[in-house]
Write a protein that binds this ligand. Structure first.
Ligand code: 4AD
Ligand code: MG
Length: 432
């Protein structure tokens, strides 16, 4: 008999197939059991009627508890009530493992700590299934976008001796005789080297920040996608970002909208995410904030609350550009007409999701970069390789980093970023 997955079942209407999966719930009424069945690709109902199965199969269905693993053989029937359009009428059920203990995650409302403590099991729940399928679509969209544009994927290292972003939130690791190195906060510096070798490059991987902030937007370990392009200046950089983000949203709408619908996301909000995105300067953002009663002053950095106020003025993601140089990292190119601000852009997502991208044009002048490293108290000797890039064939270049979980949280409309990654690392949790 043919083993098929639920996602393909519609092609087998009227035929007998084999499904391999798990029973996540059961409803019974004497001579009939309705098994809520999942196989990792979807969810359907399996009907077990006493009159159409052998006694052994009916007895097994009697014993089946939540999260029993079973093999089901039966006939696929059209069913308009099912989101997959079908249900299966069992002929035979072969148990693989029937749990002896009750499944810890029941239908009652569990607190978030309990669910996070059982994340290894919580992953099987419907909502988590749909969210992580959206994440998968976001990651595929990123890769497809760059493949279409002929970028080269460059995998940047996790261990690094050069602080990539700020000295404040580093994880230190002992590295043999070398001494202390850090877990990467960003792969940017290495992508800068690679863009001078390959022109257009990108990466996609985990990054680490020892941030003591316990907010719904911060993870300790999160996935970042970064791009870097030689000869790109500030405006080219923003254009690439808005094209990427609108591409991701469109891809998810076209390929994973059933998952968004299943978790109750208002899709009409996402349909508005088309190019171009609005650009406002930091100065304009300050005015918006002050108009909304904030006592923020020019030179202050924005936190989550400020980002939410600014973004709520717009229906689509919005770029905030030209931040004061002292708010931002050492490598950002000053605006030639106004050196106290830098050629950077943060992309703020709508609906209170905050900054999903940070990017900038990079300093390409050797002396200016040395000056900035000193100004930021960074050890110049650890950056000799990075300075070399400004010695041989230096060109203007720009890039950015997109937070994968923040993007998923926004697209799914999640309350908290912890559900946007399979196993979240937060301030107080590394289990499971
Ligand atoms: O703005 P950030 O710090 O920028 C960089 O690291 C640059 N070096 C990127 C580059 O230009 N190549 O981080 C980029 C993005 C943020 O916009 C945010 O979406 C996400 O990474 N991010 C986090 N996501 C989850 N938890 C955290 N603690 C995050 N910190 C940053
Ligand atoms: Mg940032």
């Amino acid at each position: 008999m043919k083993w098929v997955y639920i996602e393909d079942l519609k092609q087998y209407i009227g035929q007998e197939v084999e499904l391999r999966g798990w029973v996540w719930n059961k409803r019974s009424s004497g001579k009939i059991h309705f098994l809520q069945f999942r196989d990792g690709t979807g969810f359907i109902q399996v009907v077990v009627e006493q009159s159409s199965v052998d006694p052994q199969t009916f007895e097994i269905s009697d014993r089946i508890k939540m999260e029993s693993s079973v093999i089901v053989r039966g006939v696929v029937r059209e069913d308009s009530r099912s989101p997959y359009g079908v249900e299966v009428h069992a002929k035979e059920i072969i148990p693989v493992q029937i749990p002896t203990e009750p499944y810890p995650i029941s239908k009652k409302d569990h607190g978030i700590d309990f669910l996070m403590e059982h994340r290894h099991l919580w992953l099987r729940s419907r909502r988590q299934f749909h969210i992580l399928r959206v994440r998968d679509a976001v990651l595929t969209a990123i890769r497809n976008f760059y493949k279409e544009r002929k970028f080269v994927q460059i995998d940047t290292p996790i261990f690094t001796g050069s602080i990539g972003e700020t000295a404040g939130n580093l994880f230190e690791v002992d590295y043999f005789d070398y001494g202390k190195v850090y877990l990467s906060q960003t792969g940017q510096l290495y992508l800068e080297a690679a863009c001078l070798a390959f022109g257009k490059v990108y990466n996609l991987g985990p990054t680490f920040r020892a941030e003591k902030s316990k907010t719904r937007r911060h993870l300790i370990e999160f996935w970042m996608h970064e791009a870097e392009v030689a000869y790109y200046e500030h405006e080219d950089n923003l254009r690439l970002q808005e094209e990427l983000v609108s591409y991701i949203v469109k891809y998810v709408l076209e390929n994973a909208s059933e998952h968004l619908i299943a978790i109750g996301r208002d899709i009409s909000k996402l349909e508005k995410v088309t190019v171009p995105f609005e650009r406002i300067t930091y100065d304009e953002a300050i005015k918006i904030l002050q108009k909304h009663g904030s006592n923020i002053q020019w030179g202050d950095d924005f936190g989550g609350d400020e980002e939410t106020i600014i973004a709520s003025q717009f229906e689509k993601p919005v770029f905030v550009t030209h931040y004061p140089r002292k708010c931002k990292a050492f490598y950002m190119q000053p605006d030639p007409s106004r050196p106290e601000v830098v050629l950077c852009g943060d992309l703020l997502a709508p609906e209170g999701y905050g900054e999903i991208i940070g990017g900038s044009q990079r300093i390409h002048d050797y002396d200016l970069l040395v000056e900035r490293l000193k100004e930021f108290n960074l050890p110049v000797e650890k950056y000799q390789w990075y300075l070399d890039l400004r010695k041989w064939g230096s060109v203007p270049h720009s890039g950015f980093g997109l937070g994968v979980e923040r993007t998923v949280a926004w697209i799914c409309g999640l309350e908290h970023i912890r559900e946007a990654i399979p196993f979240a690392r937060t301030l107080y949790r590394v289990y499971p």
